[in-house]
Ligand binder design. Sequence first.
Ligand code: 5GP
Length: 193
Amino acid sequence: MDLLKERIRRDGTIKKGNVLKVDSFLNHQMDIGLMNEIGKEFKRRFEGKNITKILTIEASGIGIACIVAQYFNVPVVFAKKTQSINIDGEVYSTKIESFTHKKVYDVIVSKRFLSEEDHVLIIDDFLANGCALLGLLDILNSAGATVEGIGIVIEKGFQDGGERIRQMGIQLESLAIVESMDDEKGTIVFRGE
Ligand code: 5GP
């Protein structure tokens, strides 16, 4: 998606530790025009799939998922991060290690909002090592829901999450795949360039 790649090059900043900051247009301040284009592109890539729900994880996935959901006309469910888990049987839960915060979170979704009847599209802003996605897949597995695909805005192709997910045979669509980035020079190379 050229529009997105141009925007990442123009407004993204590269931090030490392989972190790409896109908070001026994607996950803090949000450019809704761009988000709408992202929504349309995911709709095109998952055309023909029977999707009943979109699943994401708080916090930064929520805004993107809501815009994308308008193109699919389905509800958004977001997995909640919690530090003190009291599993009362009412929630699906899993553990996710945060790439950016280096912390392990318990993550929960109420059993009321996911079931074996659901056909789910997972949406998130970034894919790095894949921990967030593996956690969401674990929750969907517990719910007995069908995974129809995964839509990621920015995949960091030099980390192994994408490969792990593709090996599982899941349709993974990343709108921009960063092949390499250099925090000193400020340069980014996208896959396919
Ligand atoms: P993973 O679990 O795949 O290692 O990391 C995915 C999660 O970490 C995403 O939900 C995203 O919030 C965060 N993340 C990973 N890499 C980056 C990055 O380079 N920049 C930003 N802003 N967030 C990232």
